[in-house]
Ligand binder design. Structure first.
Ligand SMILES: Cc1cc2nc3c(=O)[nH]c(=O)nc-3n(C[C@H](O)[C@H](O)[C@H](O)COP(=O)(O)O)c2cc1C
Length: 259
């Protein structure tokens, strides 16, 4: 496929055929990830491929019981990883650090770039993926299940497999609402209303068309899509709790040494 067709044809896939992915294809996907840019070419990430059914069952709960975790043949977890680099430094009599927040961010960016390269290679081969925010939100539980040593933290992850659904493409905000030339141009109220016009309509329609979501909006008395986002999906309390989980796990995993 043409690169642009692959990029523009992306849709998150949450239902999968019961069909294995060959090692040859998996290697091709992983190589695409490994070719991504990385800070200082340190490649401060690790990719964990989970196929084992028992492990997937454990991850199902950590991933907030999303069915794709057990239905997809493969789960990929991309971790910020300075464990490997620190071992190499030790063996070469070099000062060892990378135990701070900056290093976590570097690893997180490297991991995310590799993840998206793999995702595009997979989609180019006719596979589907769906990222799971639970990878970071429950990084402590996932880290334990995947047996991560210190200096390794799960950042992004997704299900991978042959699609068993063909969902309609989701809308995007218009480019002029996202792109700034030269300097940031802050938004007037009119611009916000215009930029979010289609999102308000299409997003709300989607909630009204899916019975489970419609029932939820009625139960919570939600009046518009903006309310869906912060009253139903991403509450202040849940984001506060997940933030604390991440901060505590960064401390546990030796990424918060501020000495
Ligand atoms: C970091 C990240 C976390 C996500 N987490 C979830 C998730 O936990 N469950 C889910 O069903 N979709 C998840 N998604 C998928 C988004 O909902 C999806 O990308 C978005 O609605 C746009 O739809 P599209 O990918 O089909 O274009 C996540 C996407 C990203 C990038």
């Amino acid at each position: 496929m043409e690169l642009n067709d692959v990029i523009c044809g992306h849709k998150s896939i949450r239902e999968y055929e019961d069909r294995e992915i060959s090692q040859e294809l998996l290697d091709e996907i992983l190589n695409a990830g490994i070719r991504a840019s990385s800070s200082g070419n340190m490649q401060s990430y690790s990719i964990i491929i989970t196929k084992d059914k028992e492990l997937k069952k454990k991850l199902y709960s950590a991933h907030m019981e999303q069915s794709m975790v057990v239905d997809a043949p493969i789960l990929l977890t991309f971790c910020a990883d300075f464990n490997r680099m620190r071992k190499w430094l030790t063996l070469n009599d070099a000062p060892i650090h990378f135990d701070n927040f900056m290093s976590f961010m570097i690893g997180a960016i490297d991991a995310t770039l590799a993840a998206q390269n793999c995702a595009l290679a997979a989609e180019n081969a006719g596979l589907g993926i769906c990222y799971m925010g639970s990878t970071l939100a429950n990084c402590d539980q996932i880290g334990k299940i995947l047996d991560l040593p210190p200096n390794v933290v799960p950042v992004v992850g997704y299900s991978l497999g042959y699609p068993a659904e063909n969902p309609a493409p989701r809308d995007r905000l218009p480019p002029h609402g996202l792109v700034h030339y030269d300097q940031y141009h802050d938004y007037s109220e009119e611009e916000i209303l215009e930029i979010y016009k289609e999102r308000n309509e299409k997003g709300w329609k989607r909630y009204m068309d899916i019975p489970r979501l419609k029932e939820m909006t009625e139960r919570l008395g939600l009046k518009n899509l903006a309310q869906v986002y912060t009253i139903a999906k991403y509450t202040k309390e849940s984001h506060h709790e997940f933030s604390q989980t991440v901060l505590n796990y960064l401390e546990t995993q030796n990424f918060m040494n501020n000495e």
